[in-house]
Unconditional design. Structure first.
Length: 330
């Protein structure tokens, strides 16, 4: 049995509410939060697996989802530890994604557990008053949700595959009491994109956002994807998969996944933006014999979006903007 310090013990109402899957949560999007009481607390927050009741602003937040950690850092949430990914080209030596690793270390954020290897003891030791989890992706801990809740830990589950970072930030901002900071960060990002976009010379036509041979898969981004929204904020017109190929889609989220042989027909944009792309990735893409006749390849209009563009948050979105800018600066 876990013994909690009296000032850190989770509210019983918060724990019970975290497991509810009532009609309100089913009917409302995760960003819609109802505030009650003086100064907006307690707050009822619908999320992907139920509704959470937070009696007061949390002071110790844990993130089991590195894909959401950057958003928590950007809005100034009281994050004390985050799960870490396997160390690789996208991370620093601790497994934190490079785009926000320095910010995390500067703020003293600890590694909750490495290699996305879930560790319930790591959560318990941190004595959090809010745990953030993902409903999808490689960092999802949904199978362990009952175990987390058994420890009396309030959990909020978000789906980053179907919501943009700004929408997720608004939900996290309300849950953490960082309402003003959240709106400031969203405005700052939009202003940055507008300023950069005003200085770009864009080629005529539309843009296809493409994932080329990432973990052996091929996909085209939807116009509603977070990557497409950043491109649109810069003034680009993003086009998705043609209707005629919808029957060939193997899996669909923010991107429509298709076979390699169908990729040429799937890319209808006059230009191509490569997700997680670098200058070397562009060379590999253009050397793919299946894609030799693409207009974007023939015109030399294939551009990298940067390694961190696989998952868009405040920090990786800024990196995507700065990666694209030199290719279109007047």
């Amino acid at each position: 049995m876990t013994t909690w310090p009296s000032d850190r013990r989770p509210s019983r109402r918060a724990v019970l509410a975290g497991g509810l899957a009532g009609g309100l949560a089913a009917a409302l999007p995760p960003r819609l939060v109802h505030a009650t009481g003086e100064n907006g607390w307690p707050r009822r927050i619908p999320h992907e697996t139920g509704e959470l009741l937070l009696p007061a602003p949390p002071r110790r937040i844990l993130s089991t989802a590195p894909s959401l950690t950057g958003i928590l850092l950007a809005i100034g949430a009281p994050l004390v530890a985050s799960a870490a990914a396997a160390v690789g080209r996208l991370t620093d030596d601790s497994g934190f994604f490079r785009q926000w690793a320095k910010v995390a270390h500067d703020r003293g954020v600890e590694v909750l557990y490495p290699n996305l290897a879930f560790d319930i003891e790591g959560l318990i030791v941190q004595a959090p008053d809010l745990v953030i989890a993902s409903a999808t992706g490689g960092d999802s801990v949904l199978p362990y949700l009952p175990l987390i809740e058994e420890q009396g830990l309030p959990v909020m589950v978000l789906d980053y595959s179907s919501h943009g970072w700004e929408e997720l930030a608004e939900t996290l901002g309300r849950a953490s009491g960082q309402d003003e900071g959240t709106q400031r960060v969203i405005r700052d990002f939009a202003d940055r994109a507008t300023r950069v976009g005003a200085g770009l010379t864009r080629p005529p036509g539309q843009v296809s956002i493409v994932s080329h041979n990432l973990a052996g898969t091929y996909a085209v981004g939807k116009p509603s994807s977070p990557q497409a929204k950043v491109a649109a904020a810069l003034g680009f017109d993003v086009v998705g998969l043609p209707d005629a190929l919808q029957g060939a889609v193997a899996r669909s989220s923010d991107f429509d996944f298709i076979s390699h042989e169908n990729l040429p027909a799937a890319i209808t944009g006059d230009s191509v933006f490569l997700m997680s792309g670098s200058a070397e990735s562009v060379q590999v893409f253009c050397a793919d014999p299946v894609l030799a006749n693409l207009p974007a390849v023939a015109k030399g209009q294939v551009y990298p979006m940067g390694p961190s563009s696989f998952r868009i948050d405040y920090y990786s979105g800024l990196e995507m903007i700065e990666t694209l800018r030199p290719y279109f600066t007047r």
